[in-house]
Design a protein around this ligand. Sequence first.
Ligand SMILES: C[S@@+](CC[C@H](N)C(=O)[O-])C[C@H]1O[C@@H](n2cnc3c(N)ncnc32)[C@H](O)[C@@H]1O
Length: 354
Amino acid sequence: MPSKEKNIKVNAIENIRVDDESYNALLSLLRSKTGLNFEYYNKGFIEKRIKARMIRVYCKTLDEYFRFVSSNSAEIKSFIDGFTVNYTFFFRDYDVFETIQDLFIHGLKVSRKDIRSDIRPDPSKLAKFRTKKNAAKNLAKIGSYSDRPARNYIDIFIFLNQLSYYQKMKKPRSEKNCINIWSCPCATGEEPYSLAMILDNLQSQVPRFPKYRIVASDIAHEAIAKAKIGVYTNDSMKEISDYFERRYFIKQKTHFGHTNLIDEKIKKKIEFVEEDVTQGHKLYHKYDIIFCRYLLIYFNRINRHKFLKIIEDRLVENGILILGKTETLFDSWGNLQLIDSRHRIYIKSHSKLY
Ligand SMILES: C[S@@+](CC[C@H](N)C(=O)[O-])C[C@H]1O[C@@H](n2cnc3c(N)ncnc32)[C@H](O)[C@@H]1O
């Protein structure tokens, strides 16, 4: 590691210069060592990451950091690990999951009153994990959602008909007559597992529930490995309702504190894939539902378009795309058309909806 700099100001973020030549040389080096194309990402995001690492390993210039990376494979790993921001938790944006559950309930033509399910986290849980101000905001939000009528469903009647079509299928095993869902990126698995819990819970109560398959992918090797193990700390459980926590987790006391082990039945519902999605998707499926939450924010404009094309191609006609709450394609992108702005839900349709 380069010698520690006594004067911390030398290494303050605002003092680090990133010139194009050294920046491009570093990206090429990282690409040759890892196979990952960092040019797909937002430049500001990568720069921040580089500067943070430089400060961490006491490099004063980008060239010095270049030399450090060239001869230090542990540094490459640290760069990638921090870069792929695996932050996630169960039922992140729980109102989005409520909406997806509502879609299934409507599509399968069952009455909400006949379904036992509760996705909303206990308000005291929110208060514990969020700042007081946010907790208060969220409590108000929970109140306003109560018995919220189905919105925009008129726009997605074709998608809903698709669900009941699958329900009537006699040979549900093949890819064509089963609901295919893709969670991309899935990070450490909390998102696809949340979905699997909702569907399993519905399946146990709705007659002739259609077959479904959930594929979950991420670029980060360690995140996928963790997802496959399915053991979570309380941080991941911060917004899960008591209903789902009790139903699908076994609490374990270990040397490292309390952990939560996900039900084996839920684990089996998901096929995890490690891949760089900017290079395409390894599996051949088309999907009825794609969760692509909190990934687009990291991509630059050109590659966001390239990636959206992959997503659009992989959706069936009338399939739906769910983005993260801070992400938007505005009213439409290609054949992806906004149907629910609050929950960032788009439908793929060749005909104009509006
Ligand atoms: C913030 S997490 C989002 C997880 C989850 N969708 C959610 O909303 O909680 C972002 C994930 O994107 C993954 N990622 C970044 N670049 C990727 C790429 N090119 N291909 C696949 N996954 C990628 C990261 O490894 C990280 O796990």
